[in-house]
Design a protein around this ligand. Structure first.
Ligand code: CU
Length: 119
């Protein structure tokens, strides 16, 4: 009896449900392109940590750090390899040097966006 009134409401409800999904994939595309100036999306949050450089593969744009725990990511202290967003970030840094660094926890590999010596 009220089918004619029910149908438009159902169509509206379905279109509302599909909205967040398309918005999410749109944001993901922008993140992959590394939009400059825009506020970072939640998955591109930057974390800070301290540690000691154990291996500096400068020409590869990689650096291995024995880092302290990162509570924001639930990471224990460990030794792990990071990618450098810009290989020149490691210029002047040596193995055995204490550092403080900022990184994005990207799916493929964590990427250091800033690093400084504590020595
Ligand atoms: Cu780690």
């Amino acid at each position: 009896m009220h089918v004619r009134q029910l149908l438009p409401a159902l169509v509206l409800a379905l279109s509302l449900v599909s909205l967040p999904a398309s918005a999410a994939s749109h944001d993901g595309g922008h993140g992959a392109h590394g939009a400059s100036g825009a506020a970072p999306a939640a998955q591109a949050a930057v974390y800070s940590a301290k540690g000691t450089i154990t291996l500096a593969e400068k020409t590869e744009g990689r650096i291995t750090i024995r880092h302290e725990p990162v509570p924001a990511l639930n990471w224990p202290a460990m030794t792990m390899r990071f990618r450098l967003e810009d290989p020149s970030l490691a210029e002047g840094l040596k193995e055995g040097e204490a550092v403080r660094f900022d990184f994005r926890n990207e799916a493929s590999a964590p990427v250091i966006v800033n690093i400084e010596s504590l020595n």
